[in-house]
Design a protein around this ligand. Structure first.
Ligand code: KG4
Ligand code: ZN
Length: 345
């Protein structure tokens, strides 16, 4: 039997994403972003994002079907992000998905955005052999996860105590006078700077902190340190600041996620979420993984930031594992925990 054809709908933040997969094979991945409408505010404006989803979602759906060469009625199941994220934005995707499920009489899976960021690597590198450790780094979350089964078993081992990694990139970009979102801007500027120019603090990395918070992160001290440094060194080389800041974030992310691998005896590390697009993170993780004999899985940058293919990929995993579809009454949940992989109530 051929693998199931799954439509994925993602609208948790500022990207309207429609993806279509057949099993682990990507057939279409259409993304309409409202990022330019938020840039002048230095962050995503929820009302603006919801309205942009409303006007983008049907054209994106049509474009994805045409890219994949399918009709909507061909799909075996629909998967949609129902949390975590912005409530108004999530509602647009969920209402669209429910409308399609009813009119086409197809099963629907309400899925977790965070688990989808992990699942998507199956499109890039093939089906998982679990268990694996996942470092999930995005604009809203930074966690170390133990993935026993992508469809049914995710355990958080650590998380950020304050800012998410992406949030730290976005805030420091603002301090440096760069655009939004800040991650890609810092990544680009850092390439021309010296990462060893300034020794910024590595959060929760002293031995006393490590004993209590082995896999947790904190970026607020680093953020303050960078802001103070820039204030007291007005003629500083900003590329050096960007590179040194980036190094401090990346070093902690890589060190702590690899410690989780070592302590659990798990030999595969997966990195997902928007910050996984960062070139220095990818480079350092690859160097250290090779040194330690770990298998490293990071999807290509275009699959790391929010998209519909990741949602479709998780939907395909749920089908493969025989997980029951969601009941149509499911709602959106802005603070959905990562353990809640799909809504099965
Ligand atoms: O996963 P994502 O697209 O959306 C959320 O679920 O939050 O992640 C967005 C975050 C933003 O904070 C953005 O600055 C960051 O990912 N990001 C990066 C890079 N590309 C995106 N951070 C560092 N380096 C990058 N190249
Ligand atoms: Zn995301």
């Amino acid at each position: 039997m051929s693998e199931p054809l799954v439509l994925g709908i993602e609208t948790s933040c500022d990207e309207t994403g429609i993806g279509i997969v057949r099993g682990n094979t990507l057939l279409a991945n259409v993304i309409a972003s409202s990022v330019s409408q938020h840039a002048e505010f230095g962050g995503v404006v929820p009302e603006v994002a919801s309205r942009a989803h409303l006007s983008a979602i049907i054209p994106a759906l049509n474009e994805a079907c045409s890219q994949a060469g399918i009709k909507l009625n061909d799909v075996d199941a629909i998967a949609v992000t129902h949390g975590p994220g912005l409530v108004g934005s999530l509602l647009v995707g969920v209402a669209t998905a429910k409308g399609l499920a009813v009119s086409l009489n197809k099963p629907i899976y309400a899925v977790n955005h965070l688990a989808a960021h992990v699942s998507v690597d199956q499109i890039e590198h093939g089906e998982f052999t679990e268990p694996l450790i996942a470092l999930l780094v995005s604009g809203g979350h930074s966690s170390v996860l133990k993935v026993g089964n992508i469809a049914s078993d995710i355990t958080p081992l650590g998380a950020t105590l304050d800012d998410a990694a992406g949030e730290a990139f976005d805030k420091i970009a603002r301090v440096l006078g760069l655009g939004f979102p800040g991650g890609p801007e810092i990544d680009a500027l850092a390439k021309t700077g010296n990462k060893d120019a300034i020794e910024f603090p590595r959060g929760l990395s002293k031995s006393t902190d490590l004993a209590r918070y082995p896999y947790d992160f904190s970026f607020s001290g680093l953020k303050t340190a960078v802001a103070r440094w820039v204030q007291s060194n007005p003629s500083a080389n900003l590329a050096d600041v960007a590179a040194s800041f980036q190094e401090a974030v990346v070093e902690v992310l890589v060190t702590k996620s690899m410690a989780a691998c070592k302590d659990s005896g798990i030999e595969t590390l997966l990195i997902g979420g928007g910050v996984a697009a960062n070139s220095r993170l990818r480079q350092m993780a690859q160097e250290k993984a090779t040194e330690r004999g770990l298998q490293l899985r990071i999807p290509r940058a275009g699959l790391c930031t929010d998209n519909g293919a990741m949602v479709a990929s998780l939907g395909a995993s749920l089908l493969r594992e025989g997980i029951q579809p969601s009941k149509l009454q499911f709602s959106v949940d802005s603070g959905l925990d990562v353990q809640e992989i799909s809504d099965r109530v």
